[in-house]
Structures are given as structure tokens and as C-alpha cells.
Design a protein around this ligand. Structure first.
Ligand SMILES: [Zn+2]
Ligand SMILES: [Zn+2]
Length: 232
């Protein structure tokens, strides 16, 4: 509808809006390509640390310590899982700083592609919002409303609203340094709870630092080692 109707009818009405639309469309496809084809942060499999941990487990007499150690192991990948990593059942690999597995990009979102995924959701929101506005303007001023146009505009509005929700969630999580997985399942992770069982944000370094770290413009993990994080 954009190429066939909106573009020829509204180019002269909103030339700059079309330029913005095309710009974000190009960025969108670049981000989509990067997010879907980049290694999200797969952890190496069959590491010697796993065998050492298994041996430790066998000689471990303390049941609680043994259970804690067991929780950190992935027997499929045969590795010791670092904090914030998770085994993805779809990819069948452990992913560093696992966020979620996205069916739309058919890839996991993790440490290495979370920035391009967040930019992708941003571009999709902008492109769909512009499409929504141009569609309504085109039908209102140059065409007549019929069921097909109504259906199309409603669908466009629904997608634009959903994409905006994903964009807000991605940026909010980046700003507080919490992954989608940690936010949804914080009760599964001791490091995400305080002594009263309430959610806490152990990696939060302030909005600016969190965003710089999220887009790999600054490495916070070097400043705050995982040992410094209080695990309750
Ligand atoms: Zn695994
Ligand atoms: Zn996955």
C-alpha cells in the first residue's frame, strides 16, 4: 500500500516524512540482517571446566553446595554457565547474557546482538507509525474508505502499537540493565532477589552507563566484577 498508494499520493504533501521513512527503512533492514545472522553470544561447548566441576561434584560432601554447583552446569553444552547466561532450547546452545529467543528474527537475542535488535524494534516502530499516518491521510484525502482500507489501517495500527510496546520494553530493560529473561523469571535467579524475595537490579549502574554498556560503548563488567555482586 505504501509504494502503490501512499507514496504517489502523499509525496508532495510530506516529502520530508518520506525521506525519514526511507532512511529508517534502510536502517531497519541492516539491523534485521545483523540481529538475525550474528552469533548472539554462544558460549563454547565441551570446556575442561565442566569436567573439573563434575569431579568436584562427586567429591563434594555438602549437599547444598553440590546442588548450587549443579545449577551452574549445562549438561547439553558441557560447560559451566556464567551468570546471566541461559541454554536456549531452540538454538540448543547456551547464550551469554540471554535475553530471549525471537521467532521473528529466528535467532536468540543475547550479548552480541542485543543492540542491533533494540535498534531494529526502534526502526520498526517509526516505520509503522509513519505508514499508519500516511495510510489514514491518503484514504481521507484521496480515496474513499472501504472494508479493505479499514482492515489495512486497523492492521497497521495494531502492528505499530505492538512494535512500539516491544521498543519501549527493549529500551527500558537496557536502561535498567535487566534482560527480558531476568525480568520475567527473576524468582528463578537468586541474584535477582533481595532477602525478602523482591526483585532487585544487581547490574544497574545508572541509565547512562547501562545504555553505554548495552550498546558496547563502555564495558561495565570490567568495572564491576561479578564477584562484587551480592548473591542472596
Ligand atoms: Zn547449554
Ligand atoms: Zn535461541
Amino acid at each position: 500500500m505504501y509504494v502503490g498508494l501512499c507514496l504517489p499520493y502523499t509525496w508532495s504533501d510530506f516529502p520530508m516524512l518520506h525521506v525519514v521513512f526511507l532512511f529508517f527503512n534502510i536502517v531497519l533492514w541492516i539491523c534485521l540482517f545483523h540481529a538475525s545472522t550474528t552469533d548472539p553470544g554462544y558460549l563454547p561447548r565441551n570446556v575442561p571446566e565442566y569436567d573439573m566441576a563434575i569431579k568436584q561434584l562427586v567429591i563434594c560432601s555438602d549437599k547444598t553446595v553440590g546442588q548450587n554447583l549443579l545449577c551452574t552446569l549445562c549438561h547439553t553444552c558441557r560447560l559451566v554457565k556464567p551468570l546471566r547466561s541461559k541454554h536456549c532450547r531452540v538454538c540448543n546452545r547456551c547464550v551469554n547474557v540471554f535475553d530471549h529467543h525471537c521467532p521473528y528474527i529466528y535467532n536468540c537475542v543475547g550479548y552480541k546482538n542485543r543492540g542491533s535488535f533494540a535498534l531494529f524494534t526502534t526502526c520498526v516502530s517509526i516505520v509503522l507509525a509513519i505508514s499508519f499516518k500516511l495510510s489514514i491521510h491518503t484514504v481521507n484525502n484521496y480515496l474513499e474508505w472501504n472494508w479493505l482500507y479499514k482492515f489495512y489501517v486497523l492492521l497497521m495500527g495494531f502492528y505499530a502499537f505492538s512494535a512500539f510496546g516491544l521498543f519501549v520494553l527493549a529500551i527500558y530493560n537496557a536502561a535498567i540493565n535487566v534482560t527480558t529473561n531476568e525480568g520475567l523469571a527473576f524468582k528463578k535467579y537468586a541474584y535477582m532477589q533481595d532477602k525478602f524475595g523482591r526483585v532487585k537490579r544487581p547490574f544497574d549502574q545508572g541509565v547512562v552507563n547501562n545504555l553505554l554498556d548495552f550498546f558496547h560503548l563502555k564495558n561495565l563488567s570490567e568495572e564491576k566484577s561479578l564477584d562484587q555482586i551480592t548473591v542472596t
